[in-house]
Design a protein around this ligand. Structure first.
Ligand code: GRF
Length: 196
């Protein structure tokens, strides 16, 4: 793939999205962030997008009768090649997946296929990892299908879980590697090392 046009779906803080935007701005990643869509009107992701001058839309079932069509229209208008989920708390529908020809990525704060699926998000993931006394955890970038955290795994990074780590400490450590992993994965997609 050559120069990539990126779209984002994000529900909360958007720190992963920001790391990818920074990589685009710094020229590390040959891509343009084209549009940010959030179901949460007060999300950090929308604030970050506006600060960066990126078209930003609040689209939810409350703002739009047909939320999915509104999302697809925004992706179409902005000619998005790859849709990036960055802390998006909703399931992506079949029509959006078909429209994007499967080119939708997500990041999950654990080593999938373990500790993923419905209800496994945020602190719950790290609490489960610690409760199971895992020695390692990490982050996974995967393709999105109609099931939570289920599509093909594209890239992972592993970190050690130290005895005594709290879920909060683990979350903070993993978030740092997520930022690197997501950007790295997109660079590999852009230079053809990872094929979508
Ligand atoms: C990250 O931990 C990501 O793995 C998960 O949601 C969190 C989003 O964080 N899907 P941020 O909004 O990118 O800061």
């Amino acid at each position: 793939m050559a120069h990539l046009r990126l779209g984002f779906l994000a529900s909360h803080n958007g720190s992963n999205m920001q790391a990818i935007i920074d990589a685009c701005n710094n020229g590390i990643l040959d891509a343009t962030p084209c549009v940010v869509i959030s179901n949460n009107s007060s999300s950090g992701a929308l604030i970050r997008a506006r600060n960066e001058g990126i078209p930003a839309y609040h689209i939810s079932s409350k703002t739009h009768y047909d939320e999915e069509t509104a999302i697809i229209d925004a992706l179409l208008e902005n000619s998005v090649d790859i849709l990036i989920l960055a802390g998006y708390m909703k399931i992506v529908r079949k029509r959006t997946i078909r429209f994007m020809k499967g080119k939708i990525l997500n990041i999950h704060p654990a080593l999938l296929p373990n500790y993923g699926g419905k209800g496994m998000y945020g602190m719950k993931v790290h609490e489960a990892v610690i409760a199971a006394k895992e020695k390692v955890s990490g982050a996974t970038v995967h393709l999105v299908d109609t099931r939570y955290d289920h599509g093909k795994i594209l890239n992972q990074k592993i970190i050690k879980v130290h005895p005594g780590d709290t879920p909060e400490q683990l979350e903070a450590k993993i978030l740092q590697i997520e930022h690197i992993l997501y950007t790295e994965t997109l660079i590999k997609i852009s230079n053809g090392e990872i094929l979508l």
